[in-house]
Design a protein around this ligand. Structure first.
Ligand SMILES: NC(=O)C1=CN([C@@H]2O[C@H](COP(=O)(O)OP(=O)(O)OC[C@H]3O[C@@H](n4cnc5c(N)ncnc54)[C@H](O)[C@@H]3O)[C@@H](O)[C@H]2O)C=CC1
Ligand SMILES: [Mg+2]
Ligand SMILES: [Mg+2]
Ligand SMILES: [Mg+2]
Ligand SMILES: [Zn+2]
Length: 453
């Protein structure tokens, strides 16, 4: 593009975003019919037309953009989606439009906020097809299918390609292999192979192309030397991330969902090599979703035993709201980076309800007593296999006494300080975990819930 063409394009984007911000539906529509690609363009601080319409309450513009298929999930430089912005500024009609709730569902579950909050690691890109896990003939055919995608894991980290040094952005991508490139690994007895599922059909694809089944995905975990494995990749920008709980947050939402599934199942295989009932060796079944004991006398062979299936550990994570409604309780562990505060969290114990786990963990960790508890959303957290159950809770006492074994400091933070910190206002007093964590999303949920409503 010449510099003249570039500046003409920039002018057009600016005009389009300005029209959306002013609520000028006629201009928004005519510019879009001229240049459809304007729809997801961003301007200052990563704001899209939809975000600007949501900021200023222009429902008709927002409706037009949504009807033309704009990206509702993109985030600005403060990690806000258009829905966050609509909620924050109190434009309920736009928040309703963007929260995707079906009218008929509203009638069945009246009063509930049905906006589906999707958290990082939670996107289901693949259809798990659990019914196929016992169909060995089908699985074997799929393993050899030329379109099948294989992900390679070493030490519970997936092989990823990192961005070229001269490119912008810090995203990493999964390295995808075909059958030919991994078939030697499939022969090795130590290899663990997990069937992940089939790519979901795109609703937009034409009916003629739907005769062919979409590709299926497998994950391979191998004990082959990591450096050897990297040689299989043509690009020289590939690696196995060393600090998964930081590095895996750089994947796209789609790939993060697949990694959450694969990593948790592989972590279970790597930690549960022997039967926990009798100590005998076990073998892998059901395309990686079951481990059965090899001892025919073992009790786990009779009936269904949960020890044979991958585990999920429920964890409650809660934003505790002060009885005055205008402060929230955040704490920090010694291992957190300096200045970071987050929601309190803790493992649910056997025989414990979610609400009780929230009350117990908050009291143990901060000394604060909690009354009402409300579920908000959840997040699979594959380190190794937590299910984070996100709640809001209202405190009934306010004195803080931390459990020094776990928490270094806990404090009540006023709403304005939290807003400054979330949206990177001038010199924030503290900072919160990144947007990929449910802790961040819970804090944002509270701030957005009643700020300007
Ligand atoms: N995605 C997110 O936003 C966040 C995720 N987390 C995750 O939640 C988890 C739990 O939070 P904590 O405050 O550490 O829990 P916690 O307050 O229950 O304390 C952890 C201790 O609980 C015990 N424990 C009980 N059941 C356990 C189990 N199934 N696995 C491991 N330890 C168990 C261990 O002694 C452990 O040291 C952590 O693994 C952390 O990675 C925590 C905060 C934010
Ligand atoms: Mg805790
Ligand atoms: Mg605890
Ligand atoms: Mg605990
Ligand atoms: Zn056994």
């Amino acid at each position: 593009m010449t510099s003249f063409q570039m500046s003409a394009k920039e002018d057009m984007v600016e005009k389009f975003l300005d029209a959306a911000a002013r609520g000028d539906l006629t201009q928004v529509s005519s510019l879009l019919s001229l240049v459809p690609s304007l729809i997801n363009q961003t301007g200052y601080s990563g704001w899209t037309a939809l975000m600007l319409a949501a900021r200023n309450g222009h429902l008709h513009v927002a409706e037009k953009l949504v009807s033309l298929g704009c990206d509702k999930s993109s985030v600005n430089s403060s990690s806000q989606t258009a829905l966050d912005i609509a909620k924050f500024w109190g434009h309920r009609h736009i928040a309703g439009l963007l929260s995707q709730s079906e009218g008929s569902c509203r009638r069945i579950l009246p009063g509930g906020d049905l906006s589906l909050q999707e958290n990082y690691f939670g996107r289901e890109t693949l259809d798990r097809l659990s019914g196929r896990r016992t169909d060995e003939v089908w699985l074997e055919t799929k393993q050899k299918d030329l379109a099948t995608v294989y992900l390679l894991f070493s030490n519970l980290s997936p092989m990823v390609s990192t961005p070229q040094e001269d490119s912008e952005g810090g995203d990493i991508k999964l390295c995808r292999f075909r059958y030919e490139a991994v078939k030697d690994l499939l022969q090795k007895p130590s290899t663990v192979l997990i069937f992940l599922g089939m790519e979901k059909m795109k609703s937009s694809s034409s009916s003629s192309s739907q005769t062919e089944e979409p590709p299926v995905w497998f994950a391979i975990s191998t004990d082959e030397d990591a450096a050897e494995l990297l040689r299989r990749c043509r690009e020289n920008t590939c690696l196995f991330p060393k600090t998964p709980n930081r590095d895996l947050l750089k994947l796209s939402e789609e790939e993060a969902g697949v990694v959450a599934q694969a990593r948790s199942v592989l972590a279970w295989h790597s930690r549960y090599s022997f039967c926990s009932t009798c100590g005998s060796s076990t073998h892998l079944e059901e395309a990686g979703y079951k481990r059965s004991c090899l001892n025919p006398e073992c009790r786990s062979q009779r009936g269904v035993h949960n020890t044979c299936y991958p585990r999920v550990d429920p964890v409650v994570i809660m934003l505790v709201i002060h009885p005055d409604g205008n402060q929230c309780l955040l704490g920090r562990k010694k291992v957190f980076p300096a200045g970071m505060f987050s929601c309190l969290a803790g493992f649910v114990e056997p025989g414990e309800a979610i609400e009780e786990a929230v009350r117990r963990e908050v009291e143990e960790e901060s000394g604060v007593k909690v009354g009402p508890v409300q579920y908000v959303s959840c997040q699979p957290w594959p380190m190794p296999s937590n299910l984070m159950i996100g709640c809001l809770a209202v405190a009934v006492t306010t004195d803080i006494k931390v459990d020094e074994k776990e928490i270094e400091e806990a404090r009540w933070f006023p709403r304005q300080q939290v807003i400054d910190s979330l949206f990177r206002g001038a010199s924030p007093a503290f900072f919160v975990p990144p947007r990929q964590t449910i802790a961040h999303q819970l804090i944002k949920h509270w701030v957005g819930m009643n700020s300007n409503l």
